[in-house]
Ligand binder design. Sequence first.
Ligand code: DGY
Length: 328
Amino acid sequence: MIDHPKILITRKYPAAGINLLEQERFRLTFWDQDRPMTPEELAAEAKDHQALLCTLTDRIDKPFLDRCSHLEIISQFAVGYDNIDIPEATRKKIPVGFTPDAMSEATADIAFGLMIAAARKFFFLHKTILTGQWGHFNPTGHLGFELKGKTLGILGLGRIGIKMAQRCSAAYDMPVIYHNRNRNLAAEKQLGARHVPLDQLLEQSDILSVHCALTPETRHIFDARAFRKMKPSAVFINTARGPIHHEPDLIEALNQKQIWGAGLDVTDPEPMAKDNPLLSMENVCVLPHVGSGTMEARDQMSVLAAQNIIEFYNTGKVPHIVNPEVLA
Ligand code: DGY
């Protein structure tokens, strides 16, 4: 590399990846405040940089890309990239890197944990202790249900969905059904997973766990109609993106007992308001978008995000790229 490109680093990312960039002698600019930049700040800061290391809270939309069409690469620290206008980046010939698989184990753990937590009302029961309501042993109070043999439904049986399915199958012998655009034959072979139409997924799942990307097709796919089709005993789990469910419809479905409970690591909007009715529901467990929040996953994400930039400048290739047609 003759010139050392300038990279704008939009948050404090783990050192594992940042060290790699420093070793390659890129010129790094760090946004050092403990909050995402506003769109105005982001565009102003990015102006004299060649590369951007960003994440899901950075809005990389058309107005930003119009102002920053000089960017040579955008490297996203996340597997999801719904914050980026990919068609527009592609039109402007900007490659977009991302960090697939780094967080699959971590996110599947959160989905699996939320499933158990909702089925046994963990968060609600914890609150009863905090509010001094731990009374006598109650033979019929706050009963949950067992997961053994229940049917797991997965929307989006990809890298993370399969890890969730493996956990549920190994721990509770849960049969797996799924709905994908394309069948996952490897998962069908390995887990006996059965591909079903979306309506059957809704009607037959005891636990319905969402692992698809947020796209125009999946935005609000879980709305009043979908929740009406689900079993009254079903638990809805979303660790993917909040807008995949329509939150007012989810609240209504829970209030009307159309479904039994929910486990959410993602909400719409984020952060969730502290008086959101979901937070006081007995059968609902909510976490603040921490699916990838392990040291291992975040280190690996930072390494992959850095490697996407390093390889791009050293070889012209981006190992994990969303829009390969830009480099073709
Ligand atoms: C992702 O990677 O898309 C997660 O939501 C954040 O780690």
